[in-house]
Every structure is written in structure tokens, then in C-alpha cells.
Design a protein around this ligand. Structure first.
Ligand SMILES: [Zn+2]
Length: 173
């Protein structure tokens, strides 16, 4: 693979990550998600954009499986809720599949409780949404979910707004 091709792919990836960060920011600013978590750092102008959405952005230190430190960024409008998340998770190891953590994250990140419970029972259960609908989400909808379909229009309009803000910021065509 050529260097140019590689750098183009890198650019596309970083554009996608940036758009996702803004998308999470808009969802959180709209109150669809009480908090959101970014697992990567964003450029200073993206951070300013998030702050312009009246979000507070706070770093939380976690410990990966191999013992290394990982920084997450928590976005939210409610300072009290951010502080609560930080006191629950700062300095703690990242562990997958712990029911109490899945339930807590569902509350913090605005995932329906039915989907969290279904995920705890069977992490591989397939969502009955279309792939396009499921692709809008940051949680896996439970089979036959009654709650997620109410969220879909909100996620869709947040994504439109995020794409608009991202284009404006980067002067993309
Ligand atoms: Zn559900």
C-alpha cells in the first residue's frame, strides 16, 4: 500500500472519529444522552466546539488490561453527574461484561434499561433494527425493543446537526 493511500485512510479515519465526537456532543447537548464518553483525544478546535455546545469536558483515568493508563473524556451538561461518574470510575480498571457496570453505563449514557438487561443476558443477541438504524446508536438495541425506536429520530437529527457542524468547522464540501 502506498504512503499516500495510507495517509488518505488515516485522514478518513480521523474525520470519522471527529464526526463521532461531535455527534456524541450534539446528542449530549440535546439531553438524549446524559453523558458521553470519548475514548480518544480530539483536536483543540473540536474541544472548543463541544464547549460551545455548553458541555463540560472532563478527563477520567482508567487502567487497561495490561496495566497501562488510559484517558477517557466525559462530556456532559450536568456537572454533578460528571463528578459522580468520575468518582465511580476514575482510577478503576476497565473490565468488560460486569452487570453492575453495564447498568451504570446505561444510566449515564442514556441506553434503555431493557437493552442493558438483554445485553447482560446475552451479549450476542441480535438487534431487530435495520443495520442503518442500529448504526446510529452507541448501544445494541434488544430484540424487539420498544424504547430504542423512540430514540431513533432524535439520533438521526443529532447526526445531521453533527455533520453540519463538522463541515462548517473543517470547511468540508
Ligand atoms: Zn431495549
Amino acid at each position: 500500500m502506498s504512503v499516500m493511500r495510507k495517509s488518505l485512510e488515516h485522514l478518513l479515519d480521523s474525520n470519522k472519529l471527529e464526526e463521532d465526537a461531535i455527534y456524541l456532543g450534539v446528542l449530549t447537548a440535546m439531553g438524549v444522552k446524559p453523558l458521553s464518553r470519548l475514548e480518544y483525544a480530539v483536536a483543540p478546535d473540536v474541544l472548543s466546539l463541544l464547549q460551545d455546545l455548553r458541555l463540560r469536558v472532563v478527563s477520567v483515568r482508567r487502567v487497561a488490561q495490561d496495566g497501562s493508563e488510559v484517558i477517557h473524556w466525559i462530556l456532559g451538561r450536568d456537572s454533578g453527574l460528571i463528578d459522580q461518574y468520575k468518582s465511580d470510575f476514575d482510577g478503576t480498571p476497565i473490565r468488560e461484561g460486569i452487570p453492575a457496570v453495564i447498568r451504570a453505563e446505561a444510566r449515564y449514557f442514556g441506553f434503555p434499561a431493557c437493552c442493558a438487561e438483554a445485553y447482560i443476558r446475552d451479549p450476542l443477541a441480535l438487534s431487530t433494527l435495520t443495520p442503518e438504524e442500529q448504526g446510529l446508536l452507541f448501544h445494541r438495541a434488544c430484540p424487539g425493543c420498544k424504547e430504542t425506536p423512540k430514540l431513533i429520530p432524535l439520533y438521526r437529527s443529532a447526526l445531521r446537526e453533527a455533520k453540519r457542524l463538522h463541515k462548517e468547522l473543517r470547511l468540508l464540501p
